[in-house]
Design a protein around this ligand. Sequence first.
Ligand code: ATP
Ligand code: MG
Ligand code: FE
Length: 332
Amino acid sequence: FITLGIETSCDETSAAVVTDGRNILSNIILSQTEWHERFGGVVPEIASRKHLESICAVVEKALLEAGVGFKDVDLVAVTNGPGLIGALLVGVSYAKAVAYAIKKPLIGVNHIEGHIYANFLENDFEPPFVCLVVSGGHTHLIHMRDHGLYEVLGRTLDDAAGEAFDKIARALGLGYPGGPLIDKIAKSGDENAIAFPVAHIKDGALDFSFSGLKSAVLNFLNNSRQRGVQVKVEDVAASFQKAVVTALVENTLEAAKRVNSKVIALAGGVAANSRLRGELLNRTGGDLEVRFPPVKLCTDNAAMIACAGYYRYKQGFSSDLFLDAYANLRLF
Ligand code: ATP
Ligand code: MG
Ligand code: FE
């Protein structure tokens, strides 16, 4: 059973061919970073235009690499939210046209569900488990009880973890996207150099807050500049990263305990963070297991969309040609 996945929610134009929901035959990811980095972030109008220019070639390349043709495709799965509306519309319109032309079913996929499903690619992992979803726009702790069945255990009250990485990287003059750059430079820094605050939410809620940490880092940088003190960028990056990871890991372990789950999974771009992966591996073991997708499947890609779409379709869902894109499409 061949699924063609299409993802255009942000600044990656991606198409993938996946068999039986899990086996990747191809996963082409065309990143637009070079077009956005000079602006320090994604420019929505540029993103839409670049998707439009690339989508046909990216899909053709995915089919070619997989060694299949449009006629072999059994299902077209496309991200229809959340994301940038103009960017989403390119993928959704394209997917509808393909499904109509080849007379095959179409399924709209929630981008965040796609991130979670990256964990199922190329292996036989199954729910239930606790999942820490940490991406550019989302930070959620969820209990995935079964396919398509989610319970929210905690969420960020302000910034998403990836957003915090990107903003701090920008303040440090590292560039865009910030997460991978902080991850890299932090390796040569002292993470105990500066004690940045870790937010603890009252009432035992498993929520997160990163705006206080962000302000603390920005204040530290401003104060240092005013006093003419040279900051060590590596140390600030490492200390900031430690504070984020501590908050994420504490809540995730507590969540697993509360719902009595022996398996923890990571999802979303920040799941690529080496410090986060390492800390969770250190803190688990024995009868508590941690899983995460390979780095390339943590950030936006169409294979995860094909996987999530396949499972939704197998559960009896499908979309029609009236499928629309929604910037704030909700999963939970
Ligand atoms: P969303 O999925 O919430 O709609 P998005 O699609 O923009 O947002 P993703 O592609 O899932 O986000 O992830 C991108 C985010 O992940 C960026 O904020 C980026 O800085 C962060 N990121 C990527 N790699 C790393 C890393 N190694 N360490 C920390 N953060 C990282
Ligand atoms: Mg991106
Ligand atoms: Fe994403």
